[in-house]
Design a binder for this molecule. Structure first.
Ligand code: SIN
Length: 532
């Protein structure tokens, strides 16, 4: 794979900023707001600033505030869900620093639901306690709105929309600048900065069915990989068990908080089934619930199962889950009377750019935060509502590190040149993209095996070979190249891990194996030798 997707020349516009943040979700904006006010920050959004995975998050944020709860319990639950692969020290940071960061969010004006003057706590799967703070069922949107409003108000922060980050420009393993496509003008721009914080989210769009927004095409991971960063745990892809299954919508989440408030799952015959799979039933870890649903769908030869919350009153459901209530009603489903058709869909990737406890990657001056990063916290399966929290805790850590060190760095005067090769794109890019999604859905989903993974590998190799010979002229083409690179890494890692653990289930190796209690890492160079 080429080091840089496209070339730049001496005429490419250069813009200077102290810190460039790629992504406008919780990780990007909270990091920006936590950096010292004398540091100039530019946040790039791939689409409109309010399009992010965070904005779609329903459930909430996990924090041990309840009577009888403690960071230790939260730590233990996170490790249990992580199926033996979570980094315990990182998890301690997460649970111990949760409270202070939530306080900061409240100070920024985020309105979480309250009961008798205290933050209301709900339950989600695999949490031993009620510890999820929430804003009804639109927590992410409430958080995003407040963080974006605060960012817009800050003089040191500039938010730019429709900016597609193409590549991180490095020299001697140091991040020097970022090449960006301004989608409005079609022009490339170089953002020269002391630091880059990659907070661009995950890769849900690699799959045909996902709860993720269209921007989630793994660009940050692909870009960091090309620059020489390590990608870790890429085989662990989380499928949310309950995404609406409706002919008009297969990406709308039915929050786990609905099960937290007692909803039960029924198969297409109306029978309860979770008791057959796990003693925690509907509140078993997410990977177990998703696999159980998958298995029940197969057994009953049905495309979905049903979530039943009809025993709660209409008034309660309208008040507690207004977004879910109204969205379902729009599709003719009255959740106070009707079962909700649901099926698993890709939701979150546990893997990503490997970072340390300050969010640093292996490339000097490049940080990663949020879903794009792999701090090691989530291990093989993320505990519900730990993702927004991770964005906060590590966003703050990155901000502290940058605030302390930025004076030591001076931007140099060099210009950046990278060469452009290849022929013009011939196949419609949308077809290539559809092919990737089909392959991932069919062979790299909830249940995998060697045969399917080998087929997927062959198909993606063919796609990559084709993509490698092209000269990219549009965002869609570059994005597809990123998707193919990440697909290849997920497939390779899934093939390599010959066991089942957390979200990675191999029907040909159905048990966990202690010999595999280790991480699979991917570094540039390894793929190149293999296929192209
Ligand atoms: C949900 O509301 O079910 C999603 C929460 C999460 O992904 O952590």
């Amino acid at each position: 794979m080429k080091r840089y997707l496209v070339g730049v020349n001496e005429n490419t516009e250069i813009i200077e900023t102290d810190v460039l943040i790629i992504g406008s979700g919780i990780a990007g904006t909270y990091t920006a707001l936590s950096i010292s006010k004398n540091i100039k920050i530019t946040i790039l959004a791939k689409e409109a600033i309010d399009v992010s995975n965070t904005a779609l998050a329903q459930g909430g944020i996990a924090v041990s505030l309840g009577d009888g709860d403690s960071p230790t319990f939260h730590h233990n639950d996170t490790l249990f869900a992580g199926a033996g692969l979570s980094d315990e020290d990182m998890v301690w940071l997460l649970v111990n620093e949760a409270k202070d960061n939530i306080k900061n969010l409240c100070d920024l004006g985020v309105q979480f639901d309250m009961t008798e003057g205290m933050l209301d706590l709900t339950k989600e799967a695999a949490h031993s306690q009620r510890r999820i703070i929430h804003a009804k069922d639109f927590t992410g949107k409430e958080v995003c709105d407040k963080l974006l409003t605060s960012s817009i108000e800050k003089e040191n922060i500039t938010l730019l929309e429709n900016m597609f980050a193409i590549d991180i420009i490095t020299e001697n393993n140091t991040c020097k600048a970022t090449l960006v496509l301004d989608q409005k003008t079609g022009k490339k721009k170089i953002f020269k900065s002391k630091y880059v914080v990659c907070a661009s989210g995950g890769f849900g769009q690699l799959y045909e069915i996902t709860s993720n927004p269209i921007i989630a095409t793994g660009d940050g991971m692909a870009m960091a990989y090309r620059a020489g960063a390590t990608l870790q745990d890429m085989e662990f892809v989380q499928f949310h068990p309950t995404v609406l299954f409706h002919k008009k919508d297969k990406s709308f989440l039915i929050s786990e908080a609905v099960r937290g408030e007692g909803a039960i799952l029924r198969n297409s015959f109306g029978e309860l089934f979770m008791h057959k799979y796990d003693k925690l039933k509907e509140l078993a870890p997410r990977d177990i619930v998703a696999r159980s649903i998958f298995s029940e769908m197969k057994k009953t030869q049905s495309d979905c199962v049903y979530l039943d919350i009809t025993f709660k009153s209409r008034e309660y459901l309208k008040e507690r889950f207004p977004k879910i209530f109204n969205t379902c009603l729009n599709y003719g489903i009255d959740i106070s009377k009707d079962y909700i058709p649901v099926a698993p869909a890709e939701h979150y990737c546990m893997g990503g750019i490997k970072t340390d406890l300050t969010g640093k990657t292996e490339i000097d001056r490049l940080y990663a935060c949020g879903e794009v990063a792999c701090t090691g916290i989530h291990g093989a399966n993320r505990l519900a509502s730990n993702s927004l929290l991770e964005g906060l805790v590590f966003g703050k850590r990155i901000a502290n590190d940058i605030s302390m060190n930025h004076l030591r760095i001076h931007l140099d005067q060099e210009t950046y040149l990278t060469s452009e090769t290849g022929e013009n794109y011939s196949k419609p890019v949308s077809e290539v993209e559809k092919g990737i999604k089909r392959t991932m859905n069919k062979h790299v989903g909830i249940v995998r095996d060697k045969v399917g993974l080998m087929i997927a590998k062959k198909e993606i190799d063919k796609t990559l070979k084709l993509l490698c010979s092209y000269k990219y002229t549009s965002m869609a083409q570059m994005q597809t190249a990123n998707m193919a690179i990440i697909a290849k890494i997920v497939i390779n890692s899934a093939l390599e891990r010959k066991e089942s653990r957390g979200a990675h289930f191999r029907s040909d190796y159905p048990s966990s194996d202690n010999a595999w209690k280790k991480h699979i890492i991917n570094k540039r160079g390894e793929l190149d030798n293999e296929t192209f």
